[in-house]
Ligand binder design. Structure first.
Ligand code: GDP
Length: 434
């Protein structure tokens, strides 16, 4: 059975670890959206790997890794990642497929990203300034350059010339030479060529042969371009629909959907975060959770678990179950709050409002639960969790409306509770312990 694993909150939920843990049960890991703004941190045998573009499945021998058409690719970033992996003894050749329809991030996209953030002033989005938004803008405006175009020098020249000239009209302080951009692309195209594939066809043939696919999301549902807290969102569909459009697979191929959520909430960048804790408790969560962006190093905003946001995520994605991460970060807290509803303008809301300014005015309504003093860090059996931690998880399941089939108690693969009974109840594969 194929499985989609995606972020149920505002990103950084620990998808990298969960994907890495489940990868041995699949032949293919396929990313469907985003760019190198994703930053999956995975620890294997004490070694730290940060992957931005290539699925973390690459750390497992024999697993095919796919970069779908829904991504935008910075070839410099891709090649750096390939070279870094090679230095660690991991060869991607024969195991990496890049969709011919994926759009490329070019030097002018990076520039335009910085410029448009500067122009927004107070209303900035807090992007990673990697050219991802502008590359998606070109895609929608139907002037983007796709990986497959590198094989057609004439069309490529036309596209690059037009786009660089447009950039030069916009940015008058400096002039970019379209020939230099083209030459670099032609050189890069040679290196990319062996990995270029018709990804939709490749996946369909693999499935016909009985192979299974893990669809890997980046960012999170609340950052989805359509369903997130617009305009404080990423430029792609991080939620489930992105799997179909970003890889060219039909919805029935998805199988099951696992939402990854922290046992609390974080958000990086601007935009509403109803349960945000700005005082000592926010700092406590940030420090014990090491909540600093893998890409930018920016401190993440931290708050209590927001069940309104999770229920929304359950609905948008049709989640079957949660993988609840970072439970250990709550170790030692006297009390833990759970947001079950919002209060705004004298009304109680149990559903997430679509309007971002209304969401910004929402006050969280909390339930308070006792914490636990003995550590959960590294525990591997649900029964071994302190009573209060089990009660906390059970309450999160109640207020979220779905079970937590996997609970993560540390950053290592082995620091995980796989609840085999819950996996079976949710019709999920019975993953073995690491
Ligand atoms: P992703 O983009 O969703 O993969 O998330 P990140 O990699 O940005 O952030 C997750 C961070 O939390 C990484 O540094 C992980 O190693 C770490 N992590 C994942 N699960 C756990 C956990 O259960 N406990 C702790 N303490 N850290 C975790």
């Amino acid at each position: 059975m194929n499985l989609a694993v995606l972020g149920a909150q505002w990103g950084d939920e620990g998808k990298g670890k969960i994907v890495d843990l489940l990868t041995p049960h699949f032949e293919i890991v396929a990313r469907y959206q985003g760019g190198h703004n994703a930053g999956h941190t995975v620890y294997v045998n004490g070694r730290k790997f940060v992957l931005h573009l290539i699925p973390s499945g690459i750390l497992h021998d024999g697993v095919m890794c796919v970069i779908g058409n829904g991504l935008v690719i910075d070839l410099r970033a891709l090649f750096t990642e390939v070279d870094d992996l090679a230095r660690m003894g991991i060869d991607v050749d024969g195991r990496l497929a890049v969709s011919e329809k994926a759009h490329l991030i070019l030097p002018y996209h990076r520039e335009l990203d910085v410029l448009s953030e500067a122009r927004r002033g107070e209303r900035k989005i807090g992007t990673t300034s990697r050219g991802i938004g502008p590359a998606y803008e070109d895609k929608i405006a139907r002037r983007g350059i796709r990986a497959g175009d590198l094989a057609d020098p004439q069309a490529l020249e036309h596209g690059v010339r037009e786009n660089v000239n447009a950039r030069n009209r916009l940015v008058q302080e400096t002039t970019m030479d379209w020939r230099a951009v083209l030459d670099q692309l032609l050189t890069d195209g040679e290196r990319l060529k062996p990995w270029i594939r018709d990804v939709s066809l490749m996946l369909s043939e693999a499935m016909r042969q009985g192979q299974t696919i893990l669809f890997e999301g980046a960012q999170g549902t609340l950052l989805d371009i359509d369903h997130g807290t617009y305009p404080y969102v990423t430029s792609s569909n991080a939620s489930i629909g992105g799997v179909c459009t970003g890889l060219g697979v039909g919805p029935r191929m998805i199988g099951a959907v696992l939402g990854v959520a922290k046992a609390y909430t974080t958000r990086v960048g601007e935009g509403p975060l109803p349960t945000e804790l700005t005082g000592e408790m926010g700092k406590r969560l940030r420090d014990s959770g090491n909540e600093y962006g893998a890409v930018t190093g920016r401190p993440r905003r931290c708050g209590w678990y927001d069940a309104v946001a999770i229920r929304y995520s359950v609905r948008i994605n049709g989640l079957d179950a949660l993988a609840l991460t970072k439970l250990d970060v709550l170790d030692g807290l006297e009390r833990i709050d759970i947001c079950t509803a919002y209060r705004v303008g004298g009304q109680t809301l149990t559903e997430l409002p679509s309007d971002v300014s209304r969401l910004s005015q929402c006050e969280p309504l909390y339930e308070s639960m006792p914490g636990w003093s003995s550590p959960t860090k590294g525990l591997r059996r649900f029964a071994d969790l302190p009573d209060a931690a089990r009660r906390y998880v059970a309450r999160l399941e109640d207020v979220s409306g779905i079970p937590a089939a996997i609970i993560s108690t540390g950053s290592d693969r082995t620091e995980t509770i796989l609840r085999h009974d819950v996996l079976a109840d949710c019709r999920l594969p019975d993953f073995q312990d690491a």
